[in-house]
Structure formats: structure tokens, C-alpha cells
Ligand binder design. Structure first.
Ligand SMILES: *Cc1c(COP(=O)(O)O)cnc(C)c1O
Length: 367
């Protein structure tokens, strides 16, 4: 028997997770202890990245990513409108200008032809934040070719831990890795693959970016003797930049690290569920996601599109099966409208929401 109601998302907490957390509760450090660096090390290995900085949440990771990559007020950064608002908000946090790049109608990822046009139109833009919508890795090799060496790629990989694409050299380029991207971010929010309640990480290529993010994570303060301008002994510290309190607790880090140990297992389970949906829903009047072996999908969302979206949503809700619409394009939110963005400006993302293929969409969590 299926247990009702079926929530939008359920986390899996094992006895190993509980002991990992309990161990921290009985230890010396609740925050800034050894679990943080253990998580950072393991996550860097998991994503094939050079450096990893653990922070309070995915949004904080985006904010520190933007700042550490050197984005300043007035500069331009490109992102997708088909995403959670945080991918664009981080650009505004830095006082910079959001430029939306409309999507590919089939995948929901950034449309690379449109990206090329935008780069031609805004040669002064600082970088791009592609979003790995639903769990599909963006082809950062192609983005790198379009934008050149001097602009950054900050991959919003919240949907795609464990995901990858195959590049033209035949390499498996993992989400969060540094072959083409300068940095990437992940979230450990309760509905994400690794569910630590809250939490996130920034992975990055260069040590300089990691060092800056580390500093900004904790008020812009450093105690590292090689970074100090003056030095008055072991107790001495300096605030060198206007930072934040974006620290992760050791309690969350231990929970995230424990789940990371079985990330591959959990991904295999998601894949199995997706295959079951693909198989069982095939004869219904739905547009199902295109998931091919070589994409290396991370199966965060299983997005279906259909004509009677609202009717299906209401029907499922009545059956106590919860799902959600992903996403209202960011530029349609009242706040972004107040910044001057207009309805109709990014038609492909809007069609995705409305009725392009006569299939608006609804997304299920694996639950
Ligand atoms: C969840 C999510 C975020 C934000 O992560 P938080 O940990 O909730 O701050 C950013 N971008 C995308 C695409 C997300 O799904």
C-alpha cells in the first residue's frame, strides 16, 4: 500500500546519519569544527573540483561565488530565467545587473544560440551562471567556447550533484568540476539530493577564489598569519573585507557528509524511479523528459508537460499526491517586474510555463 499523503519531497535519514549527527552533539565543536573540512574535502573529490567551501545554504554559495569571482556593482552577469529566484538574486546582491538568457525549449537549459547573441550584445559582461535545470548538466565546454577565457562560468548545480556531460574529448565532466567552469554551487536544503536541512557548498578552480570565499564566509575576518597585514601574536585577527556570517554548522556538515557517502546509491535509486515513470507514463497524453544515457542526468525533478496542467495538479492534490510547477520564470515575479523586466521578454521560458507545446509542465519529486 502506498502511504498517503505523498509529500512533495521526502528526505532519507539512516541510522548512520543519526549517529554522525549524535557524534557531533557529543563533541567539542558545534560549528567550525573538523566536520566542515571533512565535508569540503569529500565534496571536492565527489565533484572533481580543486577547492570546496561549505556555507550556510546554496544562496550564500551563489552570493560568495559572485563576490569571490570579482563581480562589482554595475557589472553585467547572465543567467537563465527558468530557475529558482536565487540564481538571479545573487547578481543583485552584488549591485550588478541581471541579463536573462532565454532557454532551449526541449531541455529547459540556457539556449546557447541566444547566449552567443547576448555575448555579442554585451561584450563587457563579467560571466554566466548556467542552471542545471531538473538535473541535466549544462555543456560548459560549449559555454566556454562562446564566452572565451576572460569571463567566468559559475554553475548553479543545485539540481545536479552526481550529474555530468561528455565533452568533445570524451571526458566525463561532472557537475561542479573545474574543466570548463570557474566555480559551481550546490544546496543541501531538505528537498535537494543531499538533505542537511540547510547548507550549501561552493566548488572552485582557483585557490584565490576559495580563499576569498572562506574569508567572506566569516565576516571577512582572517587569522591566517600569511594573510595578515600586521601581526601582534597568536590571538590577532583582522577584518579585511565586508563579509557575512554564512557559516555551516558541524551538525549539518556531519549530516551532509554522511549522506554523501551513499550519494551514488541514492542517484541509482532516482534513476530507477525515473525509468519507472518513463515506462509507466508512456501511453498518457504527456510530454515526458528526454533522458539519454550520455547526458548523465542527476534526476532532481521529473518534469512532465501536458495541456491540462492545473486540472492535473488539483486532481493529484485531491488524491494527496503533491507536486509543484518548476518554475515561474524569474523575470515574471513582481519584484523583477518592478526592476523593469516585462512579460513577453523571454518567450521560451514563458511558453515553458504556459502552453508552448500545448504542454505546460508539472514536476514530481522522487518520493
Ligand atoms: C535550491 C536552489 C537554490 C538555493 O539553494 P538554498 O540552499 O535554498 O539557498 C539555488 N538555485 C537552484 C536552482 C535551486 O534549486
Amino acid at each position: 500500500m502506498v502511504k498517503l499523503p505523498i509529500p512533495y519531497s521526502t528526505q532519507e535519514i539512516t541510522s548512520a546519519d543519526i549517529s554522525a549527527v549524535t557524534k557531533i552533539l557529543k563533541s567539542t565543536f558545534l560549528t567550525q569544527g573538523p566536520a566542515i573540512s571533512a565535508l569540503e574535502k569529500s565534496f571536492a573529490t565527489y565533484t572533481d573540483s580543486n577547492h570546496c567551501v561549505a556555507v550556510a545554504n546554496g544562496t550564500a554559495a551563489l552570493h560568495l561565488g559572485i563576490l569571490s569571482l570579482g563581480v562589482a556593482a554595475g557589472q553585467k552577469v547572465i543567467t537563465s530565467p527558468l530557475t529558482f529566484a536565487a540564481s538571479a538574486n545573487c547578481i543583485l546582491y552584488a549591485g550588478a545587473q541581471v541579463i536573462f538568457c532565454d532557454i532551449d525549449e526541449e531541455t529547459g537549459l540556457m539556449n546557447l544560440d541566444i547566449l552567443q547573441e547576448l555575448i555579442d550584445l554585451h561584450p563587457d559582461c563579467k560571466g554566466v551562471i548556467p542552471v542545471n535545470y531538473a538535473g541535466m548538466s549544462t555543456n560548459t565546454e560549449k559555454i566556454r567556447k562562446i564566452i572565451g577565457k576572460n569571463k567566468f562560468i559559475l554553475e548553479d548545480a543545485c539540481h545536479s550533484p552526481g550529474g555530468y556531460f561528455i565533452d568533445s574529448e570524451g571526458d566525463k565532466v561532472k557537475s561542479g568540476s573545474n574543466k570548463y567552469a570557474d566555480a559551481a554551487i550546490f544546496s543541501f536544503h531538505a528537498v535537494k539530493h543531499i538533505a542537511a536541512g540547510e547548507g550549501g557548498v561552493l566548488t572552485c578552480k582557483n585557490k584565490k577564489i576559495a580563499v576569498q570565499a572562506l574569508k567572506l564566509r566569516s565576516h571577512g575576518i582572517t587569522k591566517n598569519s600569511h594573510e595578515l597585514i600586521e601581526n601582534h601574536g597568536g590571538w590577532y585577527y583582522e577584518m579585511q573585507a565586508l563579509g557575512y556570517n554564512y557559516r555551516l554548522t558541524d551538525i549539518q556538515a556531519a549530516l551532509a557528509l554522511s549522506q554523501l557517502q551513499r550519494a551514488d546509491q541514492m542517484l541509482a535509486r532516482r534513476k530507477l524511479l525515473a525509468e519507472r515513470y518513463l515506462h509507466d507514463l508512456v501511453n498518457l497524453p504527456l510530454k515526458l523528459p528526454v533522458i539519454s544515457e550520455e547526458i548523465g542526468h542527476a534526476y532532481h525533478l521529473f518534469v512532465i508537460r501536458l495541456a491540462q496542467r492545473t486540472e492535473l495538479y488539483d486532481y493529484l492534490k485531491k488524491q494527496q499526491i503533491l507536486c509543484q510547477i518548476h518554475y515561474i520564470p524569474v523575470h515574471l515575479h513582481p519584484y523583477y517586474q518592478s526592476l523593469g523586466f516585462k512579460k513577453g521578454q523571454f518567450p521560451k521560458a514563458e511558453f515553458f510555463l504556459r502552453n508552448m507545446y500545448k504542454y505546460p509542465f508539472i514536476s514530481f519529486y522522487d518520493g
